[in-house]
Design a protein around this ligand. Structure first.
Ligand code: ADP
Ligand code: ZN
Length: 715
């Protein structure tokens, strides 16, 4: 069975390896066990039910919450040559009936259904009449009021177990929260499911936190270096999403806003254009994201501090589902903390929410590996520092900040703990603002003692002090700053504090903006990647499917690096299954051939094995060896040695073009006598020097290839 599912993985999906847990889950589902699967966004949940659906008898019913998501999944499956369909209440009865007919005729392996549809009486009746292999409940956390995406329609799904006690259920989610987890299992009444919890680590995501000062310029600077890449910018407020999108558009970036205040049609249009690669950047409130499977989101930014780590992790998880390196950048300001606290003060579970916000702040202020902290939050432990977060790559430098802190705290005390942060900073900087003079603050001993720092620098130190718990903000008293016990200790000299050098952040920003120096070969590969991307866009537009459904970025990337020259090699690229080979193989191979010819005319060194590949290309075009040699200033023997190597590597070269059957037979007989280890010379001698060295070389190459195919080790 292991071999069978691995073959399916390659045949339909084009992948060579399972990701962690996938194989175990698939095997368990195949045994007919109920399963509960917890995997981070992008972990590869879909395959866990799609592969069993291809093996098991009957149709797999997949419950999925959003129509757009359903359509997307079905499109992807059909593109891979898998018979899948979806059904939801927005479809006409005729359309629904034809889907039902196809299912009854056994033509469908996977049927995606919305939660309200699946428990409707007519659908349950329909289910009675067909052979269901198992139920897969996607986004299963929607069933729980504890989760953050509660959907009332989901709560009726327990009917499935009641009506079809024999049919296995597999529930899948990315929500780690323990209460939610228990609730899902209880509500679905899957009593003793096999539970699979995979690691929440997403090592391809780079984590960075930056001060929010001049955020927009930083964002624009970043995006302008990757104009073709897709990204999401999450904001706290609707008006910010619109403002940022507009400013980005004014700067030539194709960006649009997405938030709950827009009409459903508008939202759906914006989302579709993003999915189809027509929009590069979405500026969104948290309402955006669950309905998309887009695998090539290359960066996720947070314009504001998120409310909690769960939300943050889910949002950054939308970057890099294809496994390629992707960036996440969080911007963070004093004002965000103030605003969020104010919002959460008025929320239902106030204490819990505030505690979660504090964890988020700790994360943003981390002086140790951020990934370690994140995973720890999800009860996982990472042995080593990750090496792929800003703290790892640009460790913050700290200094004894006691004096600065004392100045700040004393200004808070002198303003009788009645002033908000902006006023305290103005006093420190010696402002002669009207209200400072009218309150007599210009007479204070602290007035002007912090003039050596800019307001922005003070803001950043105040943020650090806030997070160190040296003071708090009294929201109900016009956001006045109040000193804590910890703060008092510092003020009276009983305690010292370290602050992070602000220059650390500047360095981090520079490191973030710095483009890694590329080798010539990388530049060449990128140029080829862009050609692939164009071809992919055209196909996607023609067939009206999302580009990443044609090929993922990861697949194009590998193609650009490996430059397959024939179908056998093309098929070895991860993400190329049988169907994709058939549909797109010729087109992409032609792009590679043309590209190699053009580039090699300029500089051979830029393509790995390029000179061999050019020989192959010219051979395929029917050029005789002598002509190839002449055109490129090579010796004919060199061209033959290229051909020999190409043969050994499995390129389709017909050696009968170079010799008669008789000669080939003689050479093979001589090889059998002399073996392959010693090379051409002894064979040449055995044949009494009657056949050419070149011909022996070609036959020898073919012979070696055959031996290897039989599993014999040949040097
Ligand atoms: P999830 O639903 O857990 O967020 P998906 O099922 O959408 O994740 O998978 C995320 C991406 O990873 C998809 O593009 C998918 O094709 C790809 N993927 C899944 N399994 C593998 C695998 N074994 N090898 C390579 N890519 C995979
Ligand atoms: Zn790290």
């Amino acid at each position: 069975m292991k071999k069978k599912i691995k073959d399916i993985l390659k045949q339909y999906f084009g992948y060579d390896q399972f990701r962690p847990m996938q194989e175990e889950i698939i095997l368990s589902v195949l045994k007919g066990k109920d399963a509960f699967v917890l995997m981070p966004t992008g972990g590869g949940k879909s395959l866990c039910y799609q592969i069993p659906a291809l093996v098991k008898k009957g149709v797999c019913i997949v419950v999925s919450p959003l129509i757009s998501l359903m359509e997307d999944q079905v499109t992807s499956l059909v593109e891979n040559g898998i018979d899948a369909a979806y059904m939801n209440s927005s479809m006409s009865y005729d359309d629904q009936d034809s889907v039902k007919d196809a299912v009854r005729q056994g033509k469908i392996r996977l049927l995606y259904v919305s939660p309200e549809k699946v428990v409707s009486s007519d659908f349950l009746y329909f289910l009675d009449s067909i052979d269901v292999s198992f139920f897969a409940i996607d986004e299963a956390h929607c069933i729980s009021g504890w989760g953050h995406d509660f959907r009332p329609e989901y709560t009726r799904l327990h009917l499935l177990r009641k009506k079809f006690p024999e049919v296995p259920i597999i529930a899948l989610t990315a929500t780690a929260d323990r209460i939610t987890r228990k609730d899902i299992v209880a509500q679905l009444q899957i009593d003793d499911p096999k539970t699979f919890v995979s690691s929440f680590d997403r090592p391809n995501l780079h984590l960075t936190v930056l001060p929010g000062k001049e955020r927009f310029q930083k964002i624009l600077g970043y995006i302008s270096k990757k104009p073709n890449e897709a990204g999401i910018i999450y904001c706290l407020r609707r008006k910010d999403t619109e403002k940022i999108a507009q400013r980005l558009r004014m700067n030539g970036v194709n960006a649009w806003a997405y938030h709950a205040g827009m009409s459903a049609e508008e939202r759906s249009r914006v989302q579709q254009e993003f999915i189809h690669g027509k929009t590069s950047v979405i500026c969104a409130t948290i309402a955006f994201g669950m309905g998309i499977d887009k695998s090539n989101v290359r960066y996720v930014m947070h314009y504001n501090l998120p409310k909690n780590i769960e939300g943050y992790y889910q949002e950054i998880g939308r970057a890099g589902r294809d496994g390629l390196p992707s960036d996440t950048i969080l911007f963070y300001t004093f004002q965000d903390v103030v605003t969020l606290r104010k919002i959460l003060e008025g929320s239902g579970q106030k204490d819990l929410q505030l505690a979660k916000l504090e964890r988020m702040q700790q994360f943003a202020d981390a002086l140790t590996c951020r990934r370690k902290m994140l995973l720890h939050y999800f009860h996982e432990y990472l042995d080593k520092d990750c090496g792929n977060c800003d703290v790892c790559t640009n460790p913050p430098e700290v200094f004894d900040g006691t004096e600065i802190v004392q100045k700040a705290l004393s200004a808070i005390v002198r303003t009788e703990q009645k002033a908000p942060v902006s006023l305290v900073i103005d006093v420190l900087r010696g402002s002669r603002r009207h209200d400072i003079i009218s309150r007599g603050y210009d007479q204070l001993s602290t007035h002007g003692i912090g003039a050596d720092l800019s307001s922005e620098e003070w803001r950043q130190y105040f943020l650090q002090m806030l997070n160190l718990g040296l003071f708090f903000v009294a929201y109900e008293q016009y956001q006045a700053l109040k000193i804590t016990e910890q703060g008092k200790k510092v003020l009276t000299g009983k305690k010292k504090v370290n602050l992070v050098h602000l220059s650390s952040f500047e360095k981090r920003l520079k490191a973030e903006a710095k483009e890694k120096k590329k080798t010539k070969r990388q530049e060449t590969d990128e140029a080829l990647f862009e050609l692939f991307r164009d071809a992919r866009t055209k196909i996607a537009q023609r067939d009206n499917i999302p580009p990443y459904v044609v090929f993922s970025d990861a697949t194009l990337d590998e193609m650009a690096r490996e430059k397959p020259m024939n179908k056998i090699q093309f098929r070895q690229i991860s993400g190329v299954g049988e169907m994709k080979l058939k549909k797109y193989g010729d087109q992409f191979l032609a792009i590679i051939t043309t590209f190699i010819k053009e580039r090699l005319g300029q500089d051979k060194s830029v393509i790995k094995g390029g000179t061999y590949q050019l020989t192959y290309t010219q051979y395929k075009e029917g050029m005789p060896v002598a002509a190839i040699a002449r055109e490129r200033g090579l010796k004919e023997t060199t061209v033959y040695s290229h051909l020999a190597r190409l043969i050994e590597e499995g390129y389709d070269i017909d050696i009968m073009k170079f010799m008669t059957k008789g000669v080939k037979k003689d050479i093979r007989a001589a090889i059998e006598k002399k073996g392959v280890e010693k090379g051409v010379k002894p064979i040449f001698t055995v044949l009494k020097e009657k056949v050419s060295y070149e011909n022996i070389r070609l036959v020898l190459a073919e012979y070696k290839k055959e031996l290897r195919a039989k599993g014999v080790f040949v040097e």
